[in-house]
Structures are given as structure tokens and as C-alpha cells.
Design a protein. Structure first.
Length: 141
């Protein structure tokens, strides 16, 4: 069973890392983000998936080392849960954006890509931090 898990893990890594890099490059091109309002969500989703794959691959390869150092293990947990929570929030944001675009197609104004998300970074990190505190509430004490 462990061998099957390792095979599937490396197949996911072999397909996921180059696929997410190419996807992020394609979605972040100027002419794509200028024409498609969902391109930024999809690019950030690809980058988030890439970080998740890299973090979990490094953790699986260095499990014995991270088990000895609690701060390294906690750092992995924070990175893992942050990518998992951010993925859900990105899918939710993407779905809401598509719902607005479909239900009100002529009333949606064009948002300049340079000002998109301005001021949203700290609230998103705050939400991730709050969720992580709730998850670890029983484990820290």
C-alpha cells in the first residue's frame, strides 16, 4: 500500500509541478488577464497548487528530520493549512465572480488589473490566521 501511495504521489508531482507552472505563465500574460476577468483567480490557484505540491513533497521526503524539530513540523502545518484554506477561498471567490458576471453581464464594469485586490491581502491573511488558530486551539495548550 505504501508503494502505491509513493507511485501516485510522484505521478501527481511529475504532472502537477510542470502543469501548474505552465498554467500560471499562461494565465498571467497581459493580453489574457486584460480580456478575461477570471484569469487572475486561475493563475493564483495554479500558484497555490504548486506551493502545496512542493511543500508536501519536501515534507514527505524529510519526514524524519521534521519530526525531530517541532518548529519545522509546525511550519509545515502552517504552510499546508494555509494553502488548503486559500484554495477554498479562491474557488469561492472565483465562483462568486462568475455568478456576478453571468447574472449581470452588462452591469459589470471593467476593473483595472493593477488595482485589483488592493487592500485585500491583510484581511485574507487574517482569515487564514483565524482559521489556523481555531484548528490548533486544542493542540497548542
Amino acid at each position: 500500500m505504501v508503494d502505491l501511495y509513493n507511485v501516485l504521489l510522484y505521478v501527481c508531482v511529475a504532472l502537477g509541478i510542470p502543469g501548474n507552472i505552465l498554467s500560471a505563465i499562461i494565465w498571467l500574460r497581459r493580453h489574457v488577464t486584460g480580456k478575461n476577468s477570471s484569469a487572475l483567480y486561475l493563475a493564483v490557484l495554479a500558484i497555490n497548487d504548486l506551493v502545496y505540491l512542493l511543500v508536501n513533497t519536501v515534507y514527505n521526503e524529510t519526514f524524519e528530520i521534521t519530526r525531530q524539530f517541532i518548529w519545522l513540523h509546525r511550519g509545515y502545518d502552517v504552510m499546508n493549512w494555509t494553502t488548503v484554506i486559500l484554495e477554498s477561498l479562491l474557488v469561492l471567490g472565483f465562483s462568486v465572480e462568475r455568478l456576478i458576471a453571468i447574472s449581470c453581464p452588462l452591469r459589470v464594469r471593467f476593473i483595472h488589473i493593477d488595482s485589483f485586490g488592493e487592500g485585500l491581502e491583510l484581511p485574507m491573511l487574517g482569515v487564514c490566521n483565524l482559521i489556523l488558530k481555531v484548528i490548533y486551539q486544542g493542540q497548542i495548550a
